[in-house]
Write a protein that binds this ligand. Sequence first.
Ligand code: SF4
Ligand code: SF4
Length: 239
Amino acid sequence: MKVDPELCIACEACLPYCPMGAISMDDVAKIDPDECVECGVCFRAQVCPVDAFVEEVHEWPRSARAAFSNPLVVHKETRVPGRGTEEAKTTDVTGRFKRGFVGITAEMGRPGIGVRFYDVEKVAQAMAKTGVEFAHDNPVTHLMVDKKTGKLNDEILNEKACSAMIESITTVDNIPAVIKALREAAGQIESVFTLTISTKLEADGSALCDKPLKELNVPLYINGKVNVGLGRPLFKEES
Ligand code: SF4
Ligand code: SF4
């Protein structure tokens, strides 16, 4: 994103809209290109009285910023806009994981802080060491040059996004190893992540992942979701 210095009248109306705090004021507004994640909020907010914002099309690897941060940009590998994934919580339709398995997602970055891909790589590599399988239809997985180790393409490591989701599948038995690895990785990154564990419920309404998570003192914020109208299940679970 750029500001046209010939148009800007330094009214400061755009300043609160940037989720990364990348716009500052000099004689006119200026954007720090290293902090800007190309989310397009300043442009779409339409607060500039003189239309001074100029949306740019970038080449790889900077093009990844808009793909991960601008909800109107479609990820070309997954053909999904926004975070670029249908997410593990749609498993009842997609059948991403079966009974006895869980979806483990590290949702990295937030407005205000964002995330560099070198931190995404650190967390992915920590998860990979526990033997998780990374979700195939996920844009972070598409950036990996080695899906066994979680190594990302070196070209992208210094790029920044508003958020990026690392999605994986593993067994319920492997939960303690993944949580331990993520706790260690959390202390080694400049950003933040939230952890989502997606599971199918048993017939009595219980969840197999509850016990290991409680034993690990992981606070649970249970979030049930019924995706009415999302579609009919495309898979059949073996009885
Ligand atoms: S594109 Fe997004 S990050 Fe960049 S200056 Fe505009 S609001 Fe800020
Ligand atoms: S809203 Fe437009 S004119 Fe006002 S400071 Fe921002 S870029 Fe300049």
